[in-house]
Design a protein. Sequence first.
Length: 153
Amino acid sequence: MAKFKKKVKTSQEISTASLPDIIFMLLFFFMVTTVLRESNIMVKQRIPKASQLRKLEQKKLVSYIYVGKPNDPRKFGNEPKIQANDAFIELDGVIQFIEEERSKLAENERDQITISLKVDEETKMGVVVDITEKMREANARKLMYAAARKADK
């Protein structure tokens, strides 16, 4: 009898056909889950130090108002400005800003909106008092002052 030899060709290569699909899925995952900076701060921010701090529970309910001298004094002057969502607003625009931020929230969360004031430590308190009065008119009762941790001595 004749002997027949088996031709054994086993390939140990890993298929790379699905590799582009995996890479695109990872790319889309990171694009969807990454949070980009929400606003470009155009005022000077040296936040005062605080001795008692509390962490926020729900950041999506917080809207930020920045107050301080503009970074570009030649263009905007040296007086403290109010910034909300990448734009300077006047004191009368605070109410409109709060209403716009409320409209972005769900119906049951609208009364829970918190306004965070990030005020430069050199800003006069009169500007802050004026902003809080406008917040009362807009029925935004939750106010938070942003502060940095106090350095331990």
